[in-house]
Design a protein around this ligand. Structure first.
Ligand code: GLN
Ligand code: ZN
Length: 767
């Protein structure tokens, strides 16, 4: 019989319970037992929810207190020595690797000071994983001190009467996504595979002993362009993993097209495969053809990355093809990936327009979708559900809410001149230098300052109508004034207003633009305890009101230093929203670029002539494979940025910002921004710096990690800058943090920025 399968469920809780408890733990307000108990409660809730929905194959080990890849690093003992010096409990080692730890000595404990590991985007999503950091001395073994998480969670579910399928990232992806540690820069992580495989084997054996019949091993790198040498590793690795002591292995890939790597997996001795047909239905025939006559075919049809209601008619077609191919007994009707990337429950949204709400499906609703599709495939009577689905799909298709003729005619007017600055960079530079007269090593920040409790409380009060718009405005002004004063006091050169009025850099603009819907509780984990609430692009996008001018103008009125206007770029607005699936992403980005262009021009006219248009999601949006789709993306992504920023004079200085991905300077060059800042404090590879030295325009290489409460000393900054100066020219060197400071507290922000500015002054004297 066909069965339903869910590859993973959001771990954060419907009311962000996970965030609340972990942050309380970090600040010492609750004990580790309370933390662990809450984790257990969340897992129980999620498993039972899925069980009640009628899901047949439910995942375990999809839970994590920080990140599932980091969990594996702890489990496999991939822990750089610097985290082991302090005698921390395993969970604290985990958090120290995830977010760094700095703690003063007490009577009973020694001081701790250690930076976090690097964090990078998980494929083309806005989820960040903590990069496995390997060295020649890495001693792979099952780290029992932390308990064997996959086994423990499997047993925990079993005790609740729920049979689960543990999920773990596979060994090849784990290493491929890792990097060499500072002390072993010549190390090729995949060269460690032979050492790691036996550890996986032991883990699999323990899972089997515990009763697990099958495990889901994710090898998501199968959707990347893999060199021959990496492809060649699959056969031997999986032959080694599969034997009598291991449970059945379902090998899963998602987020893309596996076809170019099919030969690497076509004769693996695994029990089955999972593929993403929500993203790439075209791969069906070819991937189906690799299954032997026993293997399970897990058909990912319910999209784990978006919030649109599943089109049952389309999915059923794929499922029928699968059944025709391998027989009903071997088909799993599945989510395309883990549901980690979708909000928890649509039911908790009470403010959405009911017509539009009916077009959406969040994680909890997706459970029902998988189940209904399965029932339908089995021949159960689900006529009512199928009819309701068809009606909803039709309602969206025919709705007039989604189109705006004015936007369409403006789009048609976009041409190359709209996407080109008046003069080339060198000329603009001269005008800008004369105008701003900035010192060498100019200092700035990326935009946001701490979002304090006070800010959240006031925003909530305003949203609930407990304070008036005037009162809220006054409050925001006071916040801006404080941030401006602080920056002047410590001597920053290009100031920001601090973004206190923004809950989130995308949501804020989404709420002001036409064409977006937004949720009350649609949180999705971005990294650790940081969750975002992506707005939803429902229709054609346009700007009806100025979005940021008031705050920037007020901030500028308080200082004679340049005030940097702050906007979120078109690609990032799109990527960090749930995009439409009925028109291309290119069209959506261009619509956004027109709206942003109006804002940029308004800012300039209001006297804000340094304007930063953030594009941290630029790299994340890059199609995972080389080819036409990727080159097209690079074209329209750059075009939409340039359309946004080219309506201004040469003397207006356009900044942009990028973070948490391996950037290619060529992609950034195409934007033609005057100054860019990039996250850099965790980048150890000298070649990476070298690549940026050839970037023509000016760059701020991020100097400290904003995910960590740790405070670097002035000397540490000086050391880091000297290192970079060996390869990077002083005359193009801006000084700034890795990213915005919104998640930090004031104490550490004050100290870190002061030290950073002092370090810049030190170099000014030298040069
Ligand atoms: N301007 C934004 C901020 O400082 C940029 C954040 C980001 O890159 N994610 O918060
Ligand atoms: Zn950033």
């Amino acid at each position: 019989m066909v069965q339903s399968s869910v590859l993973g469920f959001p771990r954060i809780g419907g009311q962000r319970e996970l965030k609340k408890i972990t942050e309380s733990y970090w600040s010492g307000k609750v004990t580790v037992d309370a933390l662990l108990a809450k984790g257990k409660e969340l897992r129980k809730h999620n498993w039972e929810l899925q069980k009640q929905a009628g899901v047949d194959v439910i995942a375990s080990n999809d839970f994590s207190f920080y990140d599932q890849v980091l969990d594996l690093s702890l489990l496999f003992n991939v822990i750089p020595d610097r985290y082991l010096k302090f005698d921390l409990a395993p969970i604290d080692i985990l958090f120290a690797m995830g977010r760094g730890l700095q703690r003063k000595a007490t009577d009973t404990t020694a001081a701790v000071d250690v930076t976090a590991l690097e964090m990078v985007k998980w494929f083309d999503s806005n989820y960040h994983y903590v990069r496995p950091t390997l060295s020649n001395s890495t001693d792979f073994k099952l780290n029992e001190s932390a308990g064997l998480k996959p086994v423990a969670e499997y047993l925990e579910a079993k005790e609740l009467g729920i049979e689960t399928r543990p999920v773990i990232v596979g060994p090849i992806s784990y290493l491929y996504l890792g990097k060499a540690d500072k002390d072993s820069l010549d190390l090729e992580p995949l060269s460690l595979l032979e050492k790691l495989v036996p550890v996986y084997k032991t883990l699999l054996a323990k899972l089997k002993e515990a009763g697990a019949k099958s495990v889901q091993i994710d090898e998501p790198i199968l959707v990347l362009d893999l060199p021959e040498s990496v492809q060649a590793k699959f056969q031997a690795t999986y032959e080694a993993l599969v034997d009598a002591s291991s449970p059945e292995i379902i090998l899963a890939s998602y987020f893309g097209d596996v076809r170019p790597n099919l030969s690497a997996i076509k004769s693996l001795p695994v029990a089955g495969f999972h593929f993403d047909f929500a993203r790439v239905p075209e791969q069906f025939e070819e991937v189906a053809s690799i299954l032997n006559d026993k293997q399970i075919f897990s058909v990912g049809v319910v999209d784990g990355r978006n919030i649109w209601k599943n089109d049952f008619a389309k999915s059923s077609e794929i499922i029928s093809k699968a059944i025709a191919k391998v027989g009903a007994d071997r088909v799993l009707v599945a989510t395309s990936s883990s549901l980690l990337h979708t909000p928890v429950d649509l039911k908790s949204e009470s403010k959405l327009n009911p017509t539009i709400k009916d077009w959406f499906s969040f994680a909890t609703q997706k459970l029902d979708e998988v189940v209904v599709l399965t029932k339908s495939a089995k021949g159960d009577d689900v006529t009512k559900e199928l009819e309701a689905n068809a009606a909803s799909i039709k309602s969206r298709k025919e709705s007039s809410i989604t189109t705006n003729p004015k936007v369409q005619s403006k789009l048609a007017e976009i041409d190359e001149s709209m996407a080109t600055r008046k003069s080339p960079f060198e000329q603009r530079l001269t005008v800008q230098q004369a105008k701003y007269n900035l010192p060498l090593f100019p200092t700035t920040t990326i935009g946001s300052f701490p979002q304090t409790k006070d800010i959240r409380v006031n925003r909530n009060k305003f949203n609930k109508g407990e304070i008036t718009a005037e009162q809220y405005d006054e409050f925001i002004k006071k916040e801006i004034a404080e941030v401006v004063k602080f920056q002047e006091d410590i001597g920053l050169d290009v100031l920001v207003h601090g973004e206190p009025e923004r809950n989130d850099m995308v949501q804020y603009f989404g709420e002001k633009l036409d064409g977006f819907e937004f949720t009350q509780n649609g949180w999705v984990q971005s990294y650790g305890s940081r969750y975002v609430r992506p707005p939803i692009v429902v229709g054609d996008v346009s700007r009806t009101v100025a979005m940021s001018v008031k705050e920037s103008v007020y901030a500028q009125s308080l200082t004679s230093k340049p005030m940097k206007g702050m906007l979120t770029g078109p690609v990032t607005c799109l990527r960090w929203s749930f995009p439409r699936d009925d028109i291309s992403q290119k069209l959506q980005a261009l619509q956004l670029s027109l709206a942003l262009r109006e804002e940029v021009v308004d800012l300039e006219q209001a006297g804000i002539t340094v304007i930063q248009v953030d594009e941290p999601a630029l790299r994340e949006g890059l199609p995972l494979r080389a080819g036409k789709e990727r080159s097209d993306y690079l074209d329209w992504a750059a075009q939409s940025f340039r359309v946004s920023t080219s309506g201004v004079d040469d003397s207006t200085q356009i900044h942009s910002h990028f973070c948490y991905s391996d950037l290619d300077p060529n992609h950034i060059k195409a934007l033609d921004a005057d100054v860019v800042s990039i996250e850099f404090s965790k980048k150890d590879d000298p070649n990476y710096i070298q690549e940026f030295s050839n970037y023509p325009n000016h760059i701020g290489l991020g100097l400290f990690d904003i995910h960590s409460p740790r405070i670097p000393s002035k000397d540490e900054f000086v050391k880091r800058i000297s290192e970079i100066l060996k390869v990077y020219p002083a005359n193009k060197f801006w000084v700034n943090p890795d990213c915005g400071l919104k998640t930090r507290g004031w104490t550490e922000v004050k100290a870190s920025l002061t030290n950073m500015v002092d370090a810049a002054k030190h170099f000014r004297e030298q040069y």
